[in-house]
Design a protein around this ligand. Sequence first.
Ligand SMILES: Cc1cc2nc3c(=O)[nH]c(=O)nc-3n(C[C@H](O)[C@H](O)[C@H](O)COP(=O)(O)OP(=O)(O)OC[C@H]3O[C@@H](n4cnc5c(N)ncnc54)[C@H](O)[C@@H]3O)c2cc1C
Length: 324
Amino acid sequence: MGLDTLEYYPNGLATSLPMDIQIKLLHTLPGLERAEIIRPGYAIEYDYADPVQLKPSLEAKLVANLYLAGQINGTSGYEEAAAQGLIAGINASLQLREMNPHSWREEAYIGVLVDDLVTKGTREPYRMFTSRAEYRLILREDNADLRLRERGRAVGLVNDQDYMTFLNKKASIQMNAERLKGKIIYPNPSTNDRLKAMGGAPIKNPISLAELLRRPEISFQDLIVFDEVCAATESEVAEQIEIQIKYEGYIQRQEEEISRFVKVESVKLPPDIDYKSIHGLTKEVREKLAEIQPISLGQATRISGITPAAISILMVYLKRLGQI
Ligand SMILES: Cc1cc2nc3c(=O)[nH]c(=O)nc-3n(C[C@H](O)[C@H](O)[C@H](O)COP(=O)(O)OP(=O)(O)OC[C@H]3O[C@@H](n4cnc5c(N)ncnc54)[C@H](O)[C@@H]3O)c2cc1C
């Protein structure tokens, strides 16, 4: 929809049904009984290579040094294609330098996209919805550099100047957050008048500026009246401090979940496991594991049809091998 148009793009009503059916369908929606279709929905068909044939690095399991990225892997979308191209390129270069590629599920949407594709495959054109990520409280747009800049640096994609800017920002966030934790305000008429002026409740006990910032009605900018340094703080730094302090409890809980996830991810499954020889696994589980060849116990848990019982059997097997 727009200021100078009467058209609407009915997002979510993706269909390529015949025009007369599309009109009937649209008219069943309350409020759209008399809507007119200006351009009908349409479909594009394309072939793809089943992405479960790829390693988590996007290298083909059967053809060494061949990396696949983009719509050929069953995705749809500009960002999805570009993101895979980036990862395939990074991993191809890491392979040349004999460095290990990394799985990023807990660190970036790109990681979720790649892990979903190579672990579960896809029967529909895959799009990267935020709802596909388990840890989206951490996977935020505002902290993308804090999550990923070090990774970029490690693979040679971040130049010295950008890296220095990043390190300075990180240090500034830490320093300013510590300062707010250490700066105490006291319950006196002057303090409480200022709080009242910003719509906040008075304080009865001394509290730090960090504790004050935890209040929903108080923003980082409000702290300027108590701490002049806040006025000189860059907006990106201020935003991070505000988010980190206000949502500290939730963020911490998710970070604990991530540590548990990483623990299971770090249990590696040797590539040459003969699943047929593992007693107790069903035929279906054996076939799935042999097809996907998960690189870790964590990845195995995400293969559809792999039951908790199968994971327990794998753990016993790995224990015997001395892997855990
Ligand atoms: C009509 C339409 C509208 C779309 N709208 C959107 C949208 O609004 N938003 C969105 O995110 N996505 C949209 N998409 C999807 C998006 O365009 C694709 O998913 C994405 O561009 C795929 O990128 P890719 O690099 O994987 O593949 P492609 O862009 O298809 O690139 C593959 C390239 O390989 C080349 N090639 C093929 N065979 C060979 C060969 N043998 N040798 C050398 N080169 C070869 C092709 O010429 C092509 O340039 C739309 C797609 C269509 C068709």
